[in-house]
Design a protein around this ligand. Structure first.
Ligand SMILES: Cc1ncc(C[n+]2csc(CCOP(=O)(O)OP(=O)(O)O)c2C)c(N)n1
Length: 328
């Protein structure tokens, strides 16, 4: 049983993730000749409970290895600053990459967020390396490593999971099975119909859970983190849900059959509606509590956006800064 503060925190992070992405979508869709957002935007609509529930289940001293769908995990407990994240989308000097890249393509060592790798599943190899060093140094930390269902078809996933199983590395792999890899449906690329069961072949435990239920994600990742922390890991948690958006905002997702889209649009699959119903139904919060958290979210987004927008672009003369130079 969590305390009421934790329930309302979870609600806050879910709504913050949803509404921050809605802000990005609104700006991205309305921009014409004068661009504000330069790169693509990859939303986590309907998958917010995976990133939020998992990140809330680990400690601030643990490490996060993210993909393009985990804005929620980066925001939890101020690991990454929303203003700096918005500034990164806007290619501003104050963004995490100082205007060099966009979106969530960054890391932040101060907050133990490992640099996101653009090649899918390569982040798992880096995560395994970090976990190896944590284990060597007996630091008692773990790595929370996210991957998509599409990433499980990459050889890198096999290498990372095999090494993690062999060396009992302190990693919790969280697979966001949103049943699509760009336009390829789950059943056309994953043999066996289930990702979680693969963990047995690598000698570690796993769970397959509803990825739209934030409490289930939180509980499964908490248990997995406990095991990983004492050397009984790694653990793989497969969270099943759906991507109720295009792969990125340029993608109309017209390859998704209408009946599947309509099914997943039902409120019972929405992690926020589901959690609201749970909180109210179990008298863990009332309408006023929820509206208050939503008001706080709106304030945070408005303030972060305005501040990010008012920041300067990087100076042209700084364009060669931070580049590696060989041959000397
Ligand atoms: C090695 C590699 N191959 C292809 C791509 C292009 N690509 C980017 S995201 C993506 C699909 C990812 O699917 P999944 O892992 O299920 O994550 P999702 O986008 O559904 O969250 C692909 C093929 C890439 N980035 N890296």
């Amino acid at each position: 049983m969590l305390n009421n503060g934790v329930y309302l925190d979870l609600y806050y992070w879910l709504v913050l993730t949803r509404r921050a992405e809605e802000k990005l979508r609104e700006v991205y869709r309305s921009q014409k000749d004068e661009k504000l957002i330069f790169g693509n935007i990859y939303l986590s609509t309907l998958q917010e409970a995976i990133a939020v529930g998992a990140a809330c289940a680990v400690r601030p001293t643990d490490w996060i290895s993210h993909t393009h769908r985990e804005l929620g995990a980066l925001l939890v407990r101020g690991r990454c600053d929303l203003e700096k994240i918005f500034a990164n989308y806007l290619a501003k000097q104050t963004g995490y990459t100082r205007g060099r890249d966009s979106g969530l393509n960054f890391g932040n060592m101060e907050n133990r967020v490992i640099l996101k790798h653009p090649f899918m599943a390569v982040n798992l190899l880096v995560a395994a390396g970090v976990a190896w060093e944590i284990k060597n140094q007996k630091r008692g930390e773990i790595v929370l490593a996210f991957l998509g269902d599409g990433a499980t078809s990459e050889g890198f996933t096999h290498e990372a999971m095999n090494a993690a199983g062999l060396w009992k590395l302190p990693i919790v792999f969280v697979c966001n099975n949103n049943q699509l890899a760009i336009s390829t449906p789950f059943e056309k690329q994953v043999a066996g119909g289930n990702i979680a069961q693969r963990a047995a072949a690598y000698g570690f435990k796993s769970a397959r859970i509803d990825g739209t239920d934030v409490l289930k994600v939180h509980k499964a990742v908490s248990m997995a983190a406990d095991l990983a922390r004492v050397g009984d890991g790694p653990v793989l948690v497969e969270c099943v849900g759906f991507r109720l958006s295009g792969h990125a905002e340029h993608d109309a997702a017209d390859y998704i059959p209408e009946e599947i889209w309509n099914e997943w649009k039902k409120p019972e699959h929405d992690p926020i509606v589901k959690f609201q119903r749970y909180l109210i139904g179990n008298r863990l919060a009332n309408e006023t509590d929820l509206r208050e958290r939503e008001r706080m979210v709106d304030e945070e987004i408005a303030s972060a956006w305005e501040k990010a927008k008012s920041q300067p672009f990087p100076a042209p003369e700084s364009s060669l800064d931070d580049l590696f130079k060989g041959g000397e």
